[in-house]
Write a protein that binds this ligand. Structure first.
Ligand SMILES: Nc1nc2c(ncn2[C@@H]2O[C@H](COP(=O)(O)OP(=O)(O)OP(=O)(O)O)[C@@H](O)[C@H]2O)c(=O)[nH]1
Ligand SMILES: [Mg+2]
Length: 279
């Protein structure tokens, strides 16, 4: 990607960072991201989307934005992870948009994912904690929850990728209109985004990542699961109704998902082809 673009030109990258009661980690995460992405020579912005914090996260976000020209802040009154992602993606101006957590980001994922978008035509790249090659070092209870959540998504909604929750990189031109169609918020927003992308025939790639726990879970697993389960059932009937109404369909779906392995094969083939070409 080109760097050194003028102010009005499209940025290479937007990083959307939902933040809720993140006073302890937000500063170090933003500083690490600014230095790591700058080293890569990319033009970028970091959009902190705060809502519902009670611990001074918003004040810290504004302080960071005052110090760092790449940082801007969106705030909303009510705590909602999905609403924060939706607003951040809608406000992003980069050609590619990464969604990272304050407690979980990975610049080597970013490098690989940008490569998939630029060279392999991917529209959405998902970081998977479950794909072959992933290294999930979180406690057993968290791994079990991820497994149960992903299994439910496969059984109930025929999700094709192995993990829908967590870091992602999207091609904004292709995915922002799909994100704008998503009707669910909280932790079902990104599930709906991935499902709609798959159904629209977008090339979806998953990359296995390493993940470890940086702090104990902050919300009750049971309360969160009950609310999410209900929303997943509603999402299933919504998507089912749309499919029978002809708004999305199997033909598109059949073309849709390319897993990391298939994409890797394509990349290998492309590299071979270009190596074969005379300079
Ligand atoms: N704006 C906003 N961000 C949120 C909200 N809930 C969580 N986040 C952010 O979303 C990211 C992930 O939240 P976590 O609390 O770590 O949740 P998780 O990663 O699913 O679960 P853990 O295993 O407990 O880490 C972090 O950047 C949070 O600050 C919310 O209600 N509003
Ligand atoms: Mg987390």
């Amino acid at each position: 990607m080109t760097s050194g673009l003028t102010r009005d030109a499209e940025l290479d990258l937007s990083i959307v960072l939902p933040a809720h009661n993140e006073i302890a980690l937000l500063g170090s995460t933003v500083v690490n991201l600014v230095s790591g992405v700058s080293e890569r020579g990319l033009s970028f912005e970091i959009i902190i989307v705060e809502n519902g914090s009670r611990d001074g996260t918003l004040r810290l976000a504004h302080l960071l934005a005052a110090q760092l020209p790449q940082v801007r802040v969106i705030t909303q009154p009510k705590g909602d992870y999905g609403a924060a992602l939706e607003a951040g993606i809608a406000a992003a101006t980069g050609r590619a948009v990464a969604t990272f957590d304050v407690d979980f980001y990975d610049l080597s994922f970013l490098d690989q994912a940008l490569d998939h978008i630029e060279r392999n035509g991917a529209g959405l790249v998902v970081a998977s904690k479950r794909a072959p090659g992933a290294d999930d070092r979180r406690p057993l209870s968290r791994r079990a929850l991820t497994w149960a959540f992903a299994s439910t998504l496969h059984a109930l909604l025929s999700l094709e990728v192995s993990d829908a929750h967590g870091m992602k990189l999207i091609d904004r031109a292709e995915l922002a209109p799909i994100a704008a169609q998503a009707t669910f918020r909280d932790s079902v927003f990104d599930v709906e985004l991935v499902l709609r992308a798959e159904r629209a025939g977008v090339t979806v790639v998953e990359i296995p990542v390493a993940v470890s726990e940086r702090r104990p879970p902050r919300t009750s697993i049971w309360r969160r699961s009950a609310r999410t389960a209900l929303d997943l059932l509603r999402l299933r009937s919504l998507l089912g109704a749309e499919t029978s109404g002809g708004r999305s369909g199997r033909t598109a779906r059949a073309r849709s998902v390319v897993t990391g392995r298939v994409a890797a094969l394509r990349a290998l083939r492309a590299r071979r082809t270009s190596a074969d070409r005379p300079a």
